[in-house]
Design a binder for this molecule. Structure first.
Ligand code: AMP
Length: 278
């Protein structure tokens, strides 16, 4: 496995790799969610490249860029064991030299849900992913359903800007008790970690209500909110939205993206499921 730190070196390898390249962008501190994407990519491609880059442009000034968990040595070991071709591990000045001035904005979609709570987040995501696509030139790029809005936005960017990249989505990988795996789970105290299962449980509650015939999103949100209030979690938002447009639904008719963000102390966790109402 090659560990590559510069854009020039990465470009050289891009040119050398014959056949298809599957690419997984990450911010490191890898867990089974990331590794599940690596496995998917390996099955379908001749070469697999993973990037590890904690992207400052997708964090707001009040967010956790500085404290975001990092363990490059362990990440490299996990990727070595997964038998991939290369890890792209640039530093911040390599990706954003001082005079950097070009950004990608996906209008409308970026302002909803996560974007409402984290203004500028998706501009940072889109800009770094576009740069990485240009450097690595993959045929397929793998993203987790865990970040449902990110998937929708990546598909839109690729389609609007004619990137010759297929966006492949992997399912959300969870701990045994249902908590979605996330690098940020490490921030949780023991009590918060136990109570963080409330996110997935509240999603399952929504699913059950909809399966039983509830069609009013306001009622579903209220039930979820009341349920979460029993924990130390503080709701940032609960949404029932169209999975493609991310617009809030007024009536639950078909597939609904049920998503939420909840604070446990300073730690902000997100999760989602798509409920298919019949
Ligand atoms: P991150 O390192 O958090 O930026 O995540 C890198 C990629 O891994 C993104 O496409 C995420 O959606 C995906 N990912 C993160 N957590 C999970 C999970 N629990 N299950 C599946 N994919 C995930």
């Amino acid at each position: 496995m090659k560990v590559i730190k510069t854009i020039n070196e990465m470009r050289k390898l891009t040119i050398e790799m014959s056949g298809t390249v599957g690419f997984i962008p990450t911010m490191g501190y890898l867990h089974h969610g990331h590794l599940s994407l690596v496995r998917l990519a390996k099955k379908k491609n001749d070469h697999v490249v993973v990037s590890i880059f904690v992207n400052p442009k997708q964090f707001q000034p009040n967010e956790d860029f500085a404290s975001y968990p990092r363990d490059t040595e362990k990440d490299l070991q996990l990727l070595q064991d997964a038998n991939i071709d290369a890890v792209f591990l640039p530093n911040v000045s390599e990706m954003y030299p001082e005079n950097f001035a070009t950004y990608i904005t996906i209008e409308s979609l970026s302002k909803k849900l996560e974007g409402k709570s984290r203004p500028g987040h998706f501009q940072g995501v889109a800009t770094i992913v576009a740069k990485l696509f240009n450097i690595i030139q993959p045929q397929q790029a793998y993203f987790g359903q865990k970040d449902a809005q990110q998937v929708v936005i990546m598909k839109k960017m690729v389609s609007d800007l004619q990137f010759p990249v297929e966006i492949v989505v992997g399912p959300t990988i969870r701990e045994q008790d249902g908590l979605a795996m996330s690098s940020r789970n490490v921030y949780l105290s023991e009590k918060e970690r136990k109570e963080a299962t409330i996110l997935f449980q509240s999603l399952k509650l929504a699913e059950e209500l909809i399966r039983k015939g509830e069609r009013n999103p306001v009622s579903v949100k209220k039930e979820m909110n009341d349920f979460i209030k029993k924990s130390v979690g503080v709701v940032d938002y609960i949404s029932l939205a169209d999975p493609d447009t991310l617009d809030e639904v007024e009536n639950i008719k078909k597939n609904t993206l049920v998503s939420l963000a909840v604070f446990f102390g300073k730690t902000r966790l997100i999760d989602n499921i798509v409920v298919h109402s019949v």
